[in-house]
Design a protein around this ligand. Sequence first.
Ligand SMILES: NC(=O)c1ccc[n+]([C@@H]2O[C@H](COP(=O)([O-])OP(=O)(O)OC[C@H]3O[C@@H](n4cnc5c(N)ncnc54)[C@H](OP(=O)(O)O)[C@@H]3O)[C@@H](O)[C@H]2O)c1
Length: 230
Amino acid sequence: MALPFAGKHCAIIGATGTIGFSIAKSFASHGAVLSLLGRTAVDARPKLEPLLTPYQPPPDARAHRPSAHRFIAVDARSQAGLKSAFAPDDGSLENSDAIVGPVDILINCAGISQNQLHRSSSYSDIKNVLDTNLTATMLACKYAQIQKRGCIINVSSLMATKPAAGAAAYAAAKAGVIVLEPKLKDRYLKNTPLRRVATADEVADAAVFLASNGYANNCILNLDGGLSAA
Ligand SMILES: NC(=O)c1ccc[n+]([C@@H]2O[C@H](COP(=O)([O-])OP(=O)(O)OC[C@H]3O[C@@H](n4cnc5c(N)ncnc54)[C@H](OP(=O)(O)O)[C@@H]3O)[C@@H](O)[C@H]2O)c1
C-alpha cells in the first residue's frame, strides 16, 4: 500500500531541532522526501540522516521533486538567504541541492526562545526573536513555491495566547519555550490538567494530521494538555 506522503516534498525550517527533527522523521516514515533546513543543517547531516527513513521515489514521482532527502543551510533571519533558498533569482531549479524548489508541505519550525524582561532586552535581542520566530515564517510562506493542494504548517506556542513575563517579543512573535525557565514552567504545568508539556512526537503527529486532512484549512491545533479548558 502506498504511504500517505509518497512522492510529496516536505520542507522543514528548523529541522535540526528537537521538534523539527521529530516532524522530519515522521514525514519521512510516511513516504515524503525532505528538505531539512536550518543554520546547522549541513553540519548536522551525518548525525541526523541515518535516523531518517530513506526516500523511495514512487513510479509516478512528480517533476522537480528531490530524489533523496537534502540538508540545506539557511539562516531564516536573512531575507536574501531565504529567498534564494526557495526561489533563485534566475528561476533555475535544476541540479542544485541548495535550492528547495516546489514544495508540497512547508513546515515553519525554526524558533528561538526568550527569557528576559522586555525592559532589559536590547534592540538586537528583540529583533532577533521577532526575526527568527515571526518574520522568517512570513517570508518562508511568501517565497516557498507551494504546489497545488500543498499546505503550510506553522509551529506556534501556547505563549501566543497566554503570554508570560520575560517573553514579550517571543509571545508577540508566537512562541515561547516554557521549559527554559523553571518557575514559568511550573506555573504553566500547575494549570495544565495533564501536568506536562507535549512530547516532540506528539507535535509531529499533529503536523502529519494537518498535512493529511484536506478539510483542515486555517486550522489552529491547540496541543495544550487541557490548559485552555482549565
Ligand atoms: N520546546 C517547546 O517546549 C516548545 C513549545 C512551544 C513552541 N515551541 C516552538 O517549536 C519550535 C521548535 O522548538 P524546539 O524545542 O524544537 O527548539 P530547538 O530544539 O532549539 O530547535 C530550534 C530550531 O530552530 C532552528 N533555528 C533557530 N534559529 C534559526 C535561524 N536563524 N535560521 C534557521 N533556523 C533556525 C534551529 O536550527 P539551527 O540551529 O540549525 O539554525 C533548530 O532547528 C520553535 O518554533 C519553538 O518556538 C517549542
